[in-house]
Ligand binder design. Structure first.
Ligand SMILES: NC(=O)c1ccc[n+]([C@@H]2O[C@H](COP(=O)([O-])OP(=O)(O)OC[C@H]3O[C@@H](n4cnc5c(N)ncnc54)[C@H](O)[C@@H]3O)[C@@H](O)[C@H]2O)c1
Length: 459
């Protein structure tokens, strides 16, 4: 299916009439599934997709998308040729054909008119450029969290997606999992009274949550980049630094040149849930203050904060909630804050609810026995999705919003970005939610963006 920037559907049959002609001339080479036989989704009904970034998360997203027969993955892109080869091999094996083409440069993927949508699972320092390019080429986007590496980049993505009227799904897949949805409905329906405090527990340390992430232990010696990796392209808009293996695949998270540490790696998951429960998808905190931050030396290979604690305040006058809400965001674990549990805990005037991956707990033991509120208590009915990737594909076809549209992802990560800026400046920040500006602190406001390395430029 191909859509215009205004969202109206134009048939892809014309395209297929041209490109499919060659295939039809050699029917023995074309699996019947491609032609829509045997009850399969016919080509005109499919969402033609490309996978951009095939490291740790890209394969998972790609597999989940391909499980839905509506998706037809026809291209893969990666600046590491070994990852790219793996991608095309796996995708072609899935369809039992040679239809997936490999690309080194994402701009060539976006220029392909037959591609309706893209899955983006590239490191955070690449999110904005690639997402904006995709949106301006009228691709719908399944984009990974956090929305981007800086607030300014996030604003650029939101603008690009809105201006081109694209469907966006963020990889904050917890929204499509029953226990998170259930916990949020309990909170949204006032069953714990008015929430006064919400505790967002994220991993602490560096690499701590993922032993062997990227398979590379922490070390700091420089080597020439491996031949299969276009390191210059990989660094892209970030500052050029010598190649150190444990600063690249998977481990780019632990250096502020390319990532944002555990805080920014996870804020798009548990703060996203905190906001959903509170109904704060289009609002944010007015004050954000670091309570504690340890930093390795800035020149360290992994220089992101392993131990952090941030306080945020959501003003009733801004959010419309009956009272001010305090949020604590902190790293969990024995070396951070053992008193804080991973996940999201809302504390209200009449009880509390805690939710994490595979866990649910509440002040009312009765709620633990169920996975859904009785209908009479569901005055607020939250968006329900049981499969994040299928939700995206269905919305590409229906042109309805996904469960985590771009604006939601933007607001879910703002407390993390402001928390990080507060950690770096050591100051309490005041944030104007409406204009999205840091108030009366030009030095802190400078950190809402980062300089781009030429020739990369964010439009
Ligand atoms: N939703 C989730 O649960 C979840 C889990 C893990 C990671 N993620 C997110 O997925 C994204 C990728 O993380 P990862 O752990 O897979 O990283 P990774 O380093 O393992 O993989 C990234 C891939 O992108 C490629 N790449 C880099 N720059 C590129 C470019 N310009 N064009 C094409 N390919 C490029 C790399 O070569 C690599 O193969 C991040 O945003 C991360 O936050 C989400």
């Amino acid at each position: 299916m191909k859509t215009t920037t205004t969202g109206s559907t134009i048939s892809r049959r014309q395209f297929l009439a041209t490109t499919g002609a060659a295939a039809l001339a050699a029917p023995l080479m074309v699996p019947s599934s491609v032609l829509g036989a045997n009850g399969q989704t016919p080509p005109s009904e499919r969402v033609v997709m490309a996978a951009v970034g095939y490291g740790g998360q890209g394969p998972w997203d790609t597999d989940e998308l391909m499980k839905d027969p509506v998706c037809q993955m026809v291209a893969a892109c990666d600046v590491d040729s070994s990852h790219l080869n793996r991608a095309t091999k796996i995708i072609n094996a899935h369809y039992d054909n040679e239809g997936c083409r490999g690309y080194h440069d994402y701009r060539e993927v976006m220029a392909r008119e037959d591609i309706d949508a893209v899955m983006l699972a590239v490191p955070d320092h690449w999110h904005a450029l690639i997402a904006a390019e995709a949106a301006y080429h009228n691709k719908d986007i399944y984009g990974e969290k956090p929305l981007a590496r800086t607030i300014a980049e996030q604003q650029a993505i939101v603008r690009a997606v809105q201006q081109s009227n694209r469907i966006w799904q963020t990889g904050s897949w917890q929204r499509s999992v029953q226990n998170f949805w259930y916990a949020c409905e309990i909170v949204r329906n006032g069953l714990i009274g008015n929430v006064t405090h919400v505790v967002v527990g994220l991993p602490g340390g560096q690499n701590g949550g993922y032993p062997g992430f990227g398979g590379i232990p922490h070390q700091n010696h420089c080597t020439p980049p491996p031949r299969q990796l276009d390191y210059n392209f990989w660094v892209g808009p970030s500052q050029m630094v010598p190649y150190v293996e444990c600063r690249v695949h998977g481990n780019w998270r632990w250096n502020y040149n390319t990532g944002g540490g555990q805080l920014m790696d996870w804020i798009g998951h548990h703060c996203d849930i905190a906001h959903w429960g509170l109904g704060f998808d289009r609002t944010g905190p007015s004050e954000v203050e670091v309570e504690h931050a340890d930093f390795p030396p800035s020149h360290a290979t992994w220089n992101t904060s392993p131990k952090y604690r941030i306080a945020a305040k959501y003003l009733s006058s801004v959010t419309g909630y009956p009272n001010d809400v305090h949020m604590t965001i902190a790293g969990t674990g024995p070396e951070s804050y053992p008193d804080i549990k991973m996940g999201c805990k809302w504390i209200g005037t009449e009880g509390w609810v805690w939710v994490a991956r595979g866990h649910f707990d509440s002040s009312d033991p009765h709620w633990k026995k169920h996975q859904k509120l009785p209908e009479n208590l569901r005055k607020v009915k939250l968006y329900h999705s049981t499969n994040h990737w299928r939700n995206f594909l269905a919305c590409v076809k229906s042109r309805k919003p996904t469960i985590t549209p771009v604006e939601t992802a933007h607001h879910s990560t703002i407390p993390g970005h402001l928390g990080l800026i507060s950690m770096l400046t050591g100051r309490k920040l005041r944030w104007d939610v409406a204009t999205e500006q840091i108030i009366d602190d030009p030095d802190a406001a400078m950190l809402m963006s980062r300089p781009y390395r030429a020739p990369w430029r964010l439009a």
